[in-house]
Design a protein. Structure first.
Length: 284
C-alpha cells in the first residue's frame, strides 16, 4: 500500500569536513524528527536531480559549498524549476543562494551591511582600513577569502571578487528564521572562534535589524540565517544572508528550543507541500 504521508528527499553531504561543525550529526537529528510526520529519504547533492521525481518536496540542508559542484547544482536548479518541483529552501532566494552580489545591492541601497564594492573605481567608497577582505562572489565556507593591505587593492583581478574593509568587530551573532518567523539567536563571543557558539538574547532593535533582510528576501518557505557582526561603534552590520543551506547549530540549543524549531520546520514544509506547483514555461 502506498504511504499517504508526504515524501521528502533530504539532500545532505554527510561526509563533508566542515570546520568546527559535524553536518552528519545535525542531519541525523533533523531527519529523525521529520520522520515523525513524513517519509524521508536522504541523498548526496550530486544525486538529487536524478532522484527528486516522485517526492513531494526536496529539502536542501547541509549540502556543502555548491562551488565544489557548480555545474551539477545549476543543472539541478534548472530541472527543478522546469518540472515545478517544490524545493526547500525555495529557489527564489536573493542571498547567498544567488552568490554574494546582494552585498553590493544592499550597500547601494543603504542597508546596514559591511560596505562592499567590486570595482577598482569604487574603492574610494570604502572606509579606510588597515586591511581589506577580498572574497569570491561565488565563494562559501571562506573558500578563496584573503586579507590584503591597502597597497594591494589596485593589483586585484576585479570582476569575480568583492572587497570590504576588515572590521575589528566585538563578536558575530546569527539570527535564525523559519519562513519569516524568528526562531533563535546564537553568538560567538570570541571573534577568533566562529563556531564556538552560545545562546544570545536579542533586543527588539536586534530583531528589527535581522528582519529587514528576511523581509527583503524572496523566500516564503525556508530556513534563513542572518549573520551579523557587532561593530566597534555598537551597531550591527550584515556579514551574510545564508538562504541556501545554512548550518543551524542545533546542538547548542536547549531541548525545548530544538523542539520548537522542529515544529516550525514541519509546519513550514506542510505549507509548502500544500502549495500548487508552477511549471516553468519553455522559452522559444
Amino acid at each position: 500500500m502506498p504511504s499517504a504521508r508526504p515524501r521528502i528527499l533530504y539532500v545532505s553531504d554527510l561526509a563533508y569536513p566542515a570546520k568546527g561543525r559535524r553536518y552528519c550529526d545535525e542531519d541525523i537529528f533533523l531527519t529523525s524528527r521529520l520522520r515523525e510526520e513524513f517519509d524521508v529519504a536522504v541523498c548526496h547533492p550530486l544525486d538529487a536531480a536524478a532522484l527528486m521525481d516522485g517526492f513531494d518536496v526536496v529539502v536542501v540542508r547541509n549540502s556543502g559549498p555548491v562551488l565544489n559542484y557548480q555545474a551539477e547544482y545549476d543543472a539541478f536548479r534548472e530541472r527543478a524549476v522546469a518540472a515545478g518541483v517544490r524545493v526547500y529552501n525555495q529557489l527564489s532566494g536573493k542571498g547567498d543562494m544567488a552568490g554574494k552580489h546582494y552585498l553590493l545591492e544592499l550597500t547601494a541601497a543603504g542597508y546596514p551591511v559591511i560596505p562592499t564594492v567590486d570595482r577598482a573605481q569604487d574603492l574610494g567608497l570604502l572606509p579606510e582600513a588597515d586591511q581589506y577582505v577580498v572574497k569570491p562572489k561565488l565563494g562559501a565556507d571562506s573558500i578563496g577569502l584573503e586579507f590584503v593591505p591597502p597597497a594591494r587593492l589596485t593589483e586585484l583581478a576585479y570582476g569575480d571578487v568583492l572587497v570590504q574593509p576588515r572590521i575589528d568587530f566585538r563578536y558575530e551573532v546569527s539570527f535564525y528564521f523559519v519562513d519569516h518567523t524568528f526562531q533563535y539567536a546564537l553568538y560567538a563571543p570570541r571573534p577568533d572562534e566562529r563556531w564556538a557558539l552560545e545562546p544570545y538574547d536579542p533586543t527588539d532593535e536586534d530583531l528589527e535589524f535581522a528582519r529587514r533582510f528576511v523581509d527583503w528576501n524572496d523566500i516564503a518557505y525556508g530556513i534563513q540565517r542572518v549573520d551579523a557582526c557587532r561593530a566597534p561603534g555598537g551597531e550591527l552590520l550584515l556579514v551574510e544572508l545564508e538562504d541556501l543551506n545554512p548550518y543551524l547549530s542545533l546542538d547548542v540549543l536547549s531541548p525545548g528550543a530544538r523542539d520548537a524549531f522542529v515544529a516550525s520546520v514541519k509546519t513550514s514544509l506542510r505549507g509548502l507541500i500544500g502549495q500548487e506547483t508552477v511549471r516553468a514555461v519553455p522559452t522559444v
